[in-house]
Design a binder for this molecule. Structure first.
Ligand code: PEP
Ligand code: MG
Length: 889
């Protein structure tokens, strides 16, 4: 293969091979922009080098040829004694990894050519300063010498001279530094600093390749989910100098504001300086607009180039440039990173300007960006008293009084107070408290702990795993490492974007994007922010483009209502477990304790009216749209008292000489129902089959609520869903019973109740036998939470806190499979089930209701897999709509 490309030989579409920087330098060269000549050594050479610890055969000759061309173009040779060509050797991977890899500048200088540079530039100081910089950078990056050795020597020279500013050092000082630095190199490497320019260059190229695996680069890739095996390209480019006097300078520029997206001239400029000076913050830059005064011709040329680049890339570009003695040079460009708000505004503007189509606009923004825009945030200039920090589990900002249990959260919230629910960790019983809270703070568990997942789902701010904050729920207080103590009722502020926790109130602002989705802002109104208008336009287009329907997971009327406002086209999962909690627990206990059919029926009869009322409300909120109601799923013990607490209660009562008959019976039952692996035990359809009357009760409650609504002239569309089915036989039994109840209730009310009955596919066996199961199921809904759990054998409640951080660190996977669908494993089962299900029943309706339904990457998979809809929490609905649109556009 060809390993070395002249800039003019490449194009912007070759980022895989030439890296981002190389590809864009090539593109600019071919656009006729003033790019210093140079060449790129490919990522393929890097991969070879990393695998073999040697450069590929034949590459030397290629480099010779390209270097020769470069020398001819510049009219001088690398390191030529009387007039040296100097080059930079820069890393440049496919994805930008700012500052993570190495760069060496000023290659070609040595004890002889430094004089040539001085003579040619007429600037002794500049020449020796450049040489000094070369030895320093080369020593650090190529020879692995600690940077502080050079820094210390540098400071020492300044101290001796009695100056603090680098600019106060003259030629002889830099000359002295060159000697000192060379001595450091000799001492640490056992040999002299290499004076052969070509050797300098070759070593620098290897060092840049090697920096791909530097620890910080590895870490960065892991965090940014950049594949480990891409490698970096190396760009060898003729040096141009921004530090050759006041008619020279260096700067960065953006064709639009990357923060707001607004049009204008943005950037910074620094006279008489090199790029590193700007990065190091040694001297203060001036706003780019100032350059117009300092260097009008250069400024005009720059603006023209920026326009050319924008029109060519049809997007925001960022640029690095240098002016050498009045001549402008482009050192880099790329499609620039931007904030979420800027992404939407720019996409919208570019459509207006006729540069991109609406399809492209949809592809220019992401669901993650949209999600970011939906969280409330602290005002930018806000400051607060920091208590400590945890993980930024669910972004946004929340302020409220600290409460330490769910009941208090609910009670205080009911009286109009904003509360922050502080728990060691949350469990399903905390749901009501979480729903009532403005924010959630835990000191245990990771980003995928219960609190985090639920909070993200609800669009609620959450900081989790704040281990340094001691949360003492018993005494209702929180102790910070600084000694501060927060008691119940004290105000705290939590920042789910940064993970920080503050004492007292930090002011927040509501997201206009959510207010728009909620219907509170009219996008067409004159005073509406252009961000809201951009979101509206892009969402409309995404909706028109997408094939996937989007439903919401909503358990009650409130959530269903919100989901609808957010654009949900139905409810894909109404979990019914909350209908057995609270006051109703007593009835569940009676059901479990019942010794006779009559006792049992009595308990069921008492559960019926409140459940019917719940369904009536929820179905009314989703009137006209489908609502998949899942029959009871969790293990029964979740509804019964805690085994330890109950044992203690019984023991204490007995000690007091009482005979706690009821509790004894309950304890016996709880003991009997106790399981080692409850998630693999008596739950879902198994519960329905062994606890007589339970599912019948639920179906009856649904049927009666629907019948009532029909009587009221409404259009309820429940779908009955059976969880945790592993074989068609299980489903068959429940389905027959369900249709019987529907018929029976229909007859009682004089209406026809013909609602679909289907199943979740959340066990591998269900996916593998989907063809049989489809005989009995009118729809499938993939429960990817349990399916992931069972396919991987990962306890979804434990693994994230126990060892996922180690797995992520070791790169076993880049992202938790509970967060983003494992397409290779779990996805394959889904593909199988889709195919077999459709083969049996061509019109079977297919959806997904696990957490993955709202995850951008997973949505793209579900689109490809041919599902009919995804279902996710109400706040994720716009995200799923957008991603479904992007998948189809
Ligand atoms: C699932 O398993 O994916 C699912 C939606 O059900 P739950 O999370 O309630 O187990
Ligand atoms: Mg499940």
């Amino acid at each position: 293969p060809k390993y070395v490309y002249e800039f003019a030989e490449g194009s912007k579409d070759q980022k895989d091979l030439l890296g981002g920087k190389g590809a864009n330098l090539a593109e600019m060269t071919n656009l006729g922009l003033p790019v210093p000549p140079g060449f790129t050594i490919t990522t393929e050479a890097c991969r070879y080098f990393l695998a073999n610890d040697a450069m590929p055969d034949g590459i030397d000759a290629e480099v010779d040829a390209k270097l020769g061309a470069l020398e001819r173009a510049m009219g001088k040779r690398l390191g030529q004694p009387d007039d040296p060509l100097l080059v930079s050797v820069r890393s440049g991977a496919k994805f930008s990894m700012p500052g993570m890899m190495e760069t060496v500048l000023n290659i070609g200088l040595n004890d002889t050519s430094v004089h040539g540079l001085a003579a040619q530039s007429g600037d002794e100081r500049f020449a020796w300063d450049s040489y000094r910089r070369l030895i320093q950078m080369f020593g650090k990056t190529v020879q692995g010498i600690g940077g502080d050795l050079f820094d210390d020597a540098f400071d020492e020279v300044k101290r001796q001279k009695g100056v603090t500013d680098d600019l106060d050092l003259d030629a002889s000082d830099h000359r002295k530094l060159v000697e000192l630095f060379k001595r450091i190199v000799a001492e640490h490497t056992g040999r002299e600093f290499p004076s052969d320019p070509r050797e300098q260059m070759d070593l620098a190229v290897r060092a840049v390749f090697g920096s791909w695996t530097a620890p910080r680069a590895v870490l960065y890739r892991r965090r940014e989910r950049i594949p480990v095996d891409l490698g970096t390209a190396v760009n060898v480019c003729a040096m141009v100098f921004g530090n050759m006097g006041m008619d020279s300078g260096t700067g960065v520029a953006f064709t639009r504001d990357p923060a707001s997206g607004r049009q204008g001239v943005y950037g910074d400029y620094l006279q008489n300086a090199q790029g590193e000076d700007v990065v190091a913050g040694i001297r203060n830059t001036v706003p780019l607009a100032e350059m117009q005064r300092l260097d009008p011709a250069g400024y005009d040329e720059l603006l023209t180039i920026m326009e050319t680049l924008e029109n060519h890339y049809r997007d925001l570009c960022d640029i690095e440039f240098t002016v050498e003695r009045g001549k402008l040079w482009m050192l880099q460009t790329r499609v620039g990173k931007r904030t979420a708000a800027a992404a939407f505004r720019i996409a919208d503007q570019l459509v207006d300007q006729g540069m991109i189509t609406l399809d492209e606009a949809v592809s220019r923004v992401t669901g993650d960006q949209l999600a970011q825009l939906m969280f409330p945030r602290f005002a930018e200039d806000a400051q607060g008293h920091l208590l400590g920090a945890g993980m930024n589990a669910s972004p946004g900002a929340a302020v409220g009084t600290a409460v330490f249990d769910s009941e208090t959260a609910v009670a205080r919230a009911r009286s109009g107070e904003d509360v922050i629910l502080c728990r060691r960790e949350t469990d399903p019983d905390d749901l009501e408290g979480m729903l009532s809270a403005a924010g959630i703070l835990t000191n245990r568990g990771g980003k995928t702990s219960h609190a985090a997942v639920v909070a993200r789902g609800m669009g609620k701010t959450c900081v989790c795993g704040a281990e340094e904050l001691e949360i003492d729920t018993k005494n209702r207080r929180l102790a910070a490492p600084g000694g501060e103590v927060v008691e119940e009722g004290d105000v705290v502020s939590i920042d789910g974007t940064s993970g920080r926790v503050y004492l007292g109130e930090v002011p927040v602002v509501a997201s206009p994007v959510v207010r728009y989705f909620e219907g509170e802002i009219d996008p067409a109104a004159d005073d509406t922010d252009d961000l809201v208008r951009a979101v509206d336009r892009i969402m409309r287009h995404a909706d028109s483009a997408r094939r996937l329907r989007v439903r919401a997971n909503a358990d009650n009327a409130d959530d269903a209502g919100r989901a609808r406002r957010m654009g949900a086209e139905g409810v894909g999962l109404c979990r019914t477990e909350h209908m057995f909690l609270g006051d109703r627990r007593r009835l569940v206990e009676r059901l479990v304790l019942a010794e006779t059919d009559t006792e049992q029926q009595e308990a069921l009869d008492r559960l019926l009216p409140p459940q019917r009322a719940d369904f009536h409300e929820a179905l009314a909120a989703m009137d006209g749209l489908p609502m998949t109601v899942r029959l009871l799923d969790p293990p029964l013990h979740e509804f019964l008292p805690d085994i330890t607490e109950l044992s203690v209660r019984v023991a204490l009562a007995e000690e007091r000489g009482e005979t706690p008959e009821e509790d004894r019976r309950l304890l016996k039952a709880v003991n009997k129902l106790h399981e080692q692996n409850p998630m693999l035990g008596l739950r879902g359809v198994r519960l329905g089959l062994v606890v007589p009357g339970l599912f019948t009760l639920q179906v009856r409650a649904i049927a009666e609520a629907a019948a009532q609504l029909l009587g009221e002239g409404r259009n309820p569309r429940p779908e009955i869903m059976i969880p945790l089915v592993g074989t068609v036989q299980e489903l068959e039994i429940v389905r027959e019973e369900s249709t019987r109840v529907l018929r029976e209730v229909g007859a009682e009310y004089g209406v026809e109740l013909d609602f679909p009955v289907g199943t979740m596919i959340e066990l591998p066996r269900a996916a593998l036998t989907a063809g049989q199961i489809a005989e009995s199921a009118e729809f499938f809904s993939f429960g990817t939470n349990d399916l992931t759990q069972t396919v991987w054998g990962f306890s979804r409640d434990d693994v994230e806190a126990s060892f996922f951080s180690a797995y992520l660190e070791k790169g076993v996977f880049g992202v938790s499979p509970f967060e983003s669908l494992d397409t290779e494993g779990v996805g394959r089962l889904i593909d199988t089930a889709v195919e077999e299900g459709r083969a049996t029943r061509p019109d079977i309706k297919l959806g997904v209701c696990g957490e993955h339904g709202g995850d951008p990457d997973s949505v793209h998979f579900f689109h490809r897999a041919g599902l009919d809809y995804v279902s996710c929490s109400p706040f994720r609905v716009p995200v799923a709509r957008l991603e479904a649109g992007r998948a189809a556009a």
